[in-house]
Ligand binder design. Structure first.
Ligand code: ADP
Ligand code: MG
Length: 240
């Protein structure tokens, strides 16, 4: 579903991603962790081309990411993204947030967009909030709206960038529960998170990134009980 081969990125003269390689199969769930500034956000943002890479290859669902605008639109339709700070439109209701892209990008008829939105709001357990504005909801509720909104585009891949790190502790579980349910449904997912319980339950493979490199990549059993690299060990000691 995703192939990344010897991918490099620079911000100006700063070499932020240094030759990343990753193959993700359909239905696979990958968790990425690593210290702040290691390039995790930049990496997943390259996968839906919110950032451009300069060397190597990224292929998403058989489309190679290049400067070709049409291809970028194709990929963006298939790749949903959830951000740390929700990024909902504050002036639109929950339901309008969920219908916007299906109506304008996918050209779905209005009745169908509304029905799909309600279906996903039920799935994330907040259908009763449909007519409220984001500012009237808790952080956990807003993040569940953001997940529902992404799902309304019927993406093939979901990217999560630290979806629980801006939440108060009591709201983390309600968001992780939605993500666990989504993982169980067979969605291809890449999640940047430091929720190691989530990684253990859900991930097929866990990646540790440091200084723009994939330092370690292993199934969770191996990753947590027997990390090969000293840097991974050190990081796990700090957060566990
Ligand atoms: P992480 O998500 O792992 O914390 P990021 O991908 O956000 O890391 O950032 C990786 C490095 O790239 C950091 O040193 C950060 O300061 C730098 N960086 C991120 N975005 C930009 C940008 N738009 N311009 C220049 N440098 C950036
Ligand atoms: Mg980040």
């Amino acid at each position: 579903m995703i192939k990344v081969a010897d991918m490099h990125k620079w911000y100006g003269s700063f070499h932020v991603l240094k030759g990343l390689n990753l193959d993700v199969k359909e239905g696979e769930r990958i968790v990425i962790c690593g210290p702040s500034g290691s390039g995790k956000s930049t990496f997943i943002r390259c996968i839906n081309r919110l950032e451009e890479h300069q060397r190597g290859q990224i292929i998403v669902d058989d489309v190679e990411l290049t400067d070709d605008v049409k291809q970028i639109d194709t990929v963006r339709k298939e790749v949903g993204m959830v951000f740390q700070h929700f990024n909902l439109f504050p002036h639109l209701t929950v339901l309008e947030n969920c219908c916007l892209a299906p109506l304008w990008v996918r050209k779905v008829p209005k009745r169908e967009a509304l029905a799909t939105a309600m279906e996903y709001l039920e799935r994330v357990k907040i259908p009763e909030q449909a007519d409220k504005y984001p500012g009237q909801l808790s952080g956990g509720q807003q993040q569940r709206v953001a997940i529902a909104r992404a799902l309304c585009m019927k993406p093939k891949i979901m990217l999560f960038d630290e979806p629980t790190s801006a939440l108060d502790p009591e709201m983390i579980k309600e968001v992780l529960d939605v993500m666990i349910e989504l993982a169980g449904s067979g969605m291809t997912m890449i999640c940047v998170t430091h929720e190691m319980g989530f990684a253990k339950t859900v991930a097929d493979r866990v990646i540790f990134m440091d200084q723009g490199e994939i330092v370690e990549l292993a199934p969770p059993g191996e990753f947590f009980s027997n990390p090969k690299e000293a840097r991974t060990q050190q990081f796990l000691n700090q957060i566990l």
